[in-house]
Design a protein around this ligand. Structure first.
Ligand code: ZN
Length: 140
């Protein structure tokens, strides 16, 4: 089993190659690969990904690419997830990523989200209201 510290380290380390690419480039390049994410599945496999943030709204969060890598191997159940900046700060998943983790597998409400606080929290605490139950087709 991978420790939380090792998962955090993997998330940060995956930003290094992209950060080397953007060194010395114009400022708008600096956010490419600035955030790394690592997910550990219920099978204890680790997948990492980096963000892509470019001009004109082009991009995605690090969690998206880590989850895409996981889906390539046919896994959907996330035991732990973390996002870390290139300078080592742990950041919480944005609302869109919280939804993504839930929507790829509703069992992920039990995913342990690693935060910069003393304790990780289950995703269900970060998604307290389920909106999908109200999403019904219009009657015309
Ligand atoms: Zn996000």
């Amino acid at each position: 089993m991978v420790t939380t510290e090792a998962l955090i380290r993997r998330a940060r380390e995956c930003t290094i190659p992209a950060q080397r690419l953007v060194a010395g480039k114009p400022p708008w390049w600096q956010w490419m690969g600035y955030v790394g994410s690592a997910v550990m599945t219920d099978k204890a496999n680790i997948y990492t990904g980096i963000n892509l943030s470019m001009l004109c709204g082009i991009g995605f969060c690090a969690e998206h690419s880590a989850i895409a890598a996981m889906l390539k191997d046919g896994e959907t159940r996330i035991a732990k997830i973390v996002a870390v900046t290139a300078i080592g700060d742990i950041i919480p998943p944005c609302g869109r990523c919280r939804e993504l983790v839930y929507q790829i597998d509703p069992a992920n409400l039990d995913t342990e989200v690693i935060l910069a606080t003393d304790r990780p929290v289950p995703l269900r605490e970060l998604l307290p209201e389920n909106w999908q139950q109200y999403f019904k087709p219009a009657v015309v």
